[in-house]
Design a protein around this ligand. Structure first.
Ligand SMILES: [Zn+2]
Length: 77
């Protein structure tokens, strides 16, 4: 399941959400309750790990940096 990064243009809050393709676009900021949230591009490492997890075939979702080389520092590993 893809994880998207979101950023609020109102208060600058950033967060991650796991979304399905069928879900409506996320626009409401959980911090300031304004509809100023926009999706931002994830890091290459996150996208790569997600692709690897899907290739495994129905296994548990892999943490963003399981493949090593976390460039964002957001995973705490
Ligand atoms: Zn906000």
């Amino acid at each position: 399941m893809p994880i998207y990064d979101y950023k609020c243009d109102g208060c600058g809050h950033t967060f991650e959400e796991t979304r399905r393709m069928a879900d409506p676009p996320l626009t409401l900021c959980p911090e300031c309750q304004e509809e100023k949230v926009r999706k931002v591009l994830s890091t290459g490492g996150v996208l790569g790990s997600i692709k690897n997890g899907e290739a495994g075939g129905g296994g548990p979702p892999m943490p963003p940096c399981a493949g090593g080389g976390c460039a964002s520092g957001m995973c705490g590993l």
